[in-house]
Design a protein around this ligand. Structure first.
Ligand code: FAD
Length: 383
């Protein structure tokens, strides 16, 4: 087994470090990010610079102006950005992957054009008030009349619904041809009459907004269908595999960032006449965190490698997400403990990371749902 990075990967990570070093000169300093975060707005200008540098377009096909790399390389880059407390664009790259897999040429063109401007093209509209973990309860309907599709329903907790021009909406076919194939995906322009958005407030992850979306007789051309009618769930499963891995890699980076701060502080902070890192109770947290970070890293790299090599990651991506969201939160929580009062103050980034990372035990599928879905796959192997 070869754990060594390739020369290209090493060079790419060096260019991430160089980009990060240049950020303050480009105006992307701590104050810039704090302002955008507190305003609950994406860092558009930074995202644009990221795209222009080429680092934001990794994984995007060359015909759309990107650079094709394998998933492991993308995960390495995402980890490097997050561990330096800088946003990355891997989530937006997932949108292109969705459209490459299922979208029409026109939908793909819209998504990649917006992406090359440093913007996310769409929000993902799955959750509804009565349908969170239980997707079978989805009640948003798609009716087909006179060559049009008409959507009615209410989506909840939708990230970036107010800052993206489209929503990829999962709806229930009013008259499915096959009763088992009742879900479809539609590409909804948010300025279509009948779409209403209402803001929601959340604890962290404030580069993204969160909204309720109401759909009242929203009339779209049939060409708004994404992929195959009735195949919405199959398409979602494919999206979930990658999304879970991207979340896991983000959690790894955030946890590493918090740990870096805490370990450095443990060497500096004096209590009872010596650095707190000399106390065994602090050393225990340092050791536990290091083990968790290594396990998280191994899970993320293994899962990406498997995907790159055509091995199914249906269970592994769920396990990686479950483990990294939990272990990542524990690492950040220990980092806060090591930093003491400073860690809980809003002046220290660890308090923000603590709020941000907590989301991932809920969003993208809760811990309990990860257990529910992965355990089924594991048990199948023992039948
Ligand atoms: C910040 C944020 C951003 C989000 N962004 C989006 C988005 O962009 N698009 C989108 O569609 N959704 C989004 N969501 C919604 C998110 O996916 C859901 O919150 C999540 O799937 C859980 O659904 P729920 O909140 O309805 O909780 P519920 O499903 O009601 O769950 C409540 C509790 O019950 C547990 N539970 C449920 N079923 C089981 C079971 N079978 N066994 C054991 N325990 C169970 C859950 O694990 C949880 O602990 C976002 C949520 C947040 C908080």
């Amino acid at each position: 087994m070869d754990f060594k990075l390739s020369e290209e990967q090493e060079l790419l990570l060096e260019s991430v470090d160089d980009f990060i070093k240049q950020c303050p000169d480009m105006g992307f300093d701590a104050e810039y990010f704090r302002d955008r975060y507190n305003a609950n707005q994406p860092p558009h200008e930074y995202n644009k610079a990221l795209v222009e540098s080429g680092l934001g377009t990794l994984g995007i096909p060359e015909r759309f102006g990107g650079t094709e790399v394998d998933l492991l390389t993308m995960v390495l880059v995402a980890e490097r950005f997050a561990s330096n407390d800088f946003p990355h664009l891997l989530g937006a790259a997932l949108q292109i992957d969705d459209m490459l897999s299922f979208g029409s040429e026109e939908q793909l063109e819209i998504v990649s054009r917006l992406f090359m401007e440093g913007r996310r093209a769409f929000s993902l509209g799955i959750t509804e008030p009565q349908a969170g973990s239980d997707n079978n309860m989805l009640a948003t309907t798609a009716e087909h009349r006179g060559g049009k599709v008409i959507l009615n329903g209410h989506k909840s907790f939708i990230s970036n619904a107010s800052t993206t021009p489209y929503m990829l909406c999962v709806a229930r076919e009013a008259e499915p041809e096959d009763p088992k194939k009742w879900a479809s995906m539609y590409f909804v322009p948010m300025d279509t009459p009948g779409v209403k958005i209402a803001g929601m407030h959340k604890l962290g992850c404030k580069f993204d907004t969160m909204e309720e979306v109401y759909l009242e007789n929203v009339e779209l051309p049939e060409s708004a269908l994404v992929g195959v009618r009735g195949n919405g769930f199959y398409q979602l499963m494919k999206n979930f595999e990658l999304e879970r891995l991207i979340i896991a890699a983000g959690c790894l980076g955030m946890a590493q960032c918090a740990f870096n701060d805490a370990a450095a502080y443990a060497n500096q902070r004096i209590a009872f006449g010596k650095p707190i890192g000399k106390f065994q109770l602090i050393q225990e947290m340092i050791t536990e965190c290091q083990i968790k970070l290594t396990n998280m890293r191994n899970y993320c790299y293994m899962c990406s490698w498997q995907k790159d090599n055509g091995i199914s990651v249906r269970a592994t991506s769920g396990l990686a997400k479950y483990y990294c969201a939990r272990a990542g939160f524990e690492v950040v929580d220990s980092a806060m403990q090591i930093l003491g009062g400073l860690g809980y103050s809003e002046d220290h980034r660890v308090s923000r990371i603590w709020k941000d990372i907590r989301l991932y035990r809920i969003g993208g599928g809760t811990d309990q749902i990860m257990i529910h879905t992965t355990s089924r796959e594991i048990l199948k192997q023992y039948m």
